[in-house]
Write a protein that binds this ligand. Structure first.
Ligand code: UDP
Length: 256
């Protein structure tokens, strides 16, 4: 399908990122990741546009190397329930790299690590929104597995600043995928403690089975983003989570 408008920069951010959502229709998720970026790369080639593509920490899978730098190739189950997303995003990186090598397209990859903030959907299904919604409703906070697994949470405005810095980077300075995340690493149980400090309440918890192939740990090395983009996250978890919780509390309060 042809596009009449002219673009100088394309941001390809279109894909569900929450495990329950992307696993609901895995074929569609894979197609969105792989065929979607193929379409965008063709458009970028046609128009000579710069293309910014949202990749993910999930390309590292359940990592054997910790923390994760961009040179780590990852540990992904190719036939697991997460692979529609993980392998879709990995194939998308391959397409971007090959369109750059073979067709000269200015395609740039950034790998997003667990980003959150206000305006997330209450049914998003990821941990920060699930925890905020449960705390605001006064229902038990759902912990999957024993809660010892870790994640590193990046506040949305920090991510956006990183993406824009990458979009503005002179072409010759782009040298491969860039991690964008906050290196502060927390177990899921620690996340409950932070939320208790924010709400001033003792939160009840409920244990649920650990989802299949759930990564045990995740933390970005961001030395590359610091060096190439002059970027660092500014909003630490307690502050970002407070804003996010306040948002959900107001939303849920207005429905009550
Ligand atoms: N998780 C949890 N309770 C929830 C949702 C998620 O304990 O209500 C856990 C999940 O098992 C994982 C971590 O929190 O270990 C982050 O999950 P999320 O779905 O937010 O993102 P991802 O697994 O894609 O990093």
């Amino acid at each position: 399908k042809s596009v009449a408008e002219k673009f100088s920069v394309i941001f390809n951010l279109a894909c569900p990122a929450s495990p329950p959502h992307y696993q609901k229709d895995p074929v569609y998720t894979w197609e969105t990741s792989v065929l979607g970026i193929r379409n965008m790369l063709q458009l970028a080639e046609l128009q000579g546009a710069r293309l910014l593509h949202a990749s993910t920490s999930e390309i590292y899978g359940d990592p054997h190397v910790h923390p994760q730098g961009e040179s780590y190739w990852g540990n992904v189950n190719t036939v697991g329930v997460r692979s529609c997303y993980d392998e879709g995003k990995r194939a998308a990186e391959t397409l971007c790299a090959d369109y750059t090598r073979f067709k000269g397209v200015d395609a740039r990859l950034f790998r997003i690590f667990n980003t959150y903030g206000e305006f997330m959907h209450p049914d998003d299904g990821r941990v920060i929104s699930n925890f905020c919604v449960a705390a605001a409703k006064g229902t038990p906070v759902p912990i999957y597995g024993d809660g010892s697994q870790t994640r590193s949470f990046c506040y949305a405005s920090d991510l956006i600043a990183g993406i824009l810095a990458l979009a503005r980077l002179p072409r010759e300075r782009y040298d491969g995928p860039i991690n964008l995340g906050n290196p502060g690493e927390f177990t899921i149980r620690e996340l409950v403690t932070v939320l208790e400090r924010i709400t001033g309440k003792k939160l009840s918890t409920q244990n649920h089975p650990l989802p299949l192939d759930d990564p045990k740990m995740r933390r970005p090395i961001i030395e590359r983003a610091e060096r190439i983009l002059g970027w660092q996250p500014k909003v630490q978890l307690e502050e970002g989570l407070r804003r996010t919780y306040d948002y959900f509390a107001a939303e849920i309060g207005s429905l009550a």
